[in-house]
Write a protein that binds this ligand. Structure first.
Ligand code: ADP
Length: 241
């Protein structure tokens, strides 16, 4: 599914947070939104997720007018820090959640859901944790469950906000490699937000550098490192290396 964003703007309380975003993401691409805190990355991701609304501009996903499509027709999987796992549900039930809340006519049967969850538990390498509760898991295991919940609905678009933000360096490295595998296997168009250059360049096919609500540059590691498009990009790359 391709994602086409045109002339998108958004303000909060009179302050511009997105100042005219134009961006096309090809079907199956893995793209990072990279930039300092406050540059508008999460706001853009939330709008694509349907959790927020732009002031102006268009958003088309595979030709469909995404902003006016009913939520249940969007098939988006997302992992946002503020949408944590349900603490009173087991890992299994957390992963199944997106399937069990479907309208009755579209809801798979119990056996189908159970089989799907088992398959995901294996794929996520947490097969032994299905009956635990989130508080009984490590940070890295929780992130795997959150991804499992997002993947259960077979999303055409997968959105991740600082997916490994709170984890230590070794776990981050493991999960990065693993996310790349998950992406290659599922083929879902994936956008993730990060302020970590290394993470962006190691994982993404293309990196979108944002600053103060604008896209400053789009490219791969070499293009952005060797030919920063603006003083902002040069400073940002230098400042966080
Ligand atoms: P980033 O993800 O790059 O850190 P955000 O998109 O989270 O940036 O935020 C961009 C700016 O918009 C920040 O200044 C933030 O305080 C502001 N902002 C984000 N969400 C809201 C909101 N719901 N209400 C008011 N201001 C917001």
């Amino acid at each position: 599914m391709s994602i086409v964003i045109e002339h998108m703007t958004k303000s909060f309380d009179g302050t511009s947070v997105l100042r005219g975003i134009d961006l096309t993401i090809e079907s199956g691409e893995l793209v990072a939104l990279l930039g300092p805190s406050g540059s508008g990355k999460t706001t853009l991701l939330k709008i694509i997720a349907g959790l927020d609304w732009p002031d102006a501009g268009g958003l088309r996903v595979h030709g469909a007018d995404w902003l006016h499509l009913a939520a249940q027709d969007r098939r988006i999987g997302f992992v946002f820090q503020h949408y944590a796992l349900f603490p009173h549900m087991t890992v299994r039930d957390n992963i199944a959640f997106g399937l069990t809340v479907r309208p009755r006519a579209e809801r798979p049967g119990k056996a189908v859901i159970a089989a799907k969850v088992n398959q995901l538990l294996e794929f996520l390498q947490i097969g032994h944790l299905g009956d635990r509760y989130p508080t009984q898991l490590s940070g890295g295991q929780r992130q795997r469950v959150a991804l499992g919940r997002a993947l259960a609905i077979e999303p055409t678009v997968l959105l991740l906000d600082e997916p490994f933000g709170a984890l230590d360096a070794a776990v981050r490295r493991d999960l990065r490699a693993w996310l790349r595998e998950v992406h290659d296997e599922t083929g879902s168009t994936t956008i993730f937000v990060t302020h970590d250059q290394e993470e962006a360049f190691e994982l993404a096919d293309r990196v979108v550098v944002m600053g103060e609500g604008r896209i400053e540059q789009i490219g791969n590691a070499d293009q952005i490192h060797d030919h920063p498009a603006s003083p902002f990009v040069a400073r940002f790359m230098g400042a966080t290396i």
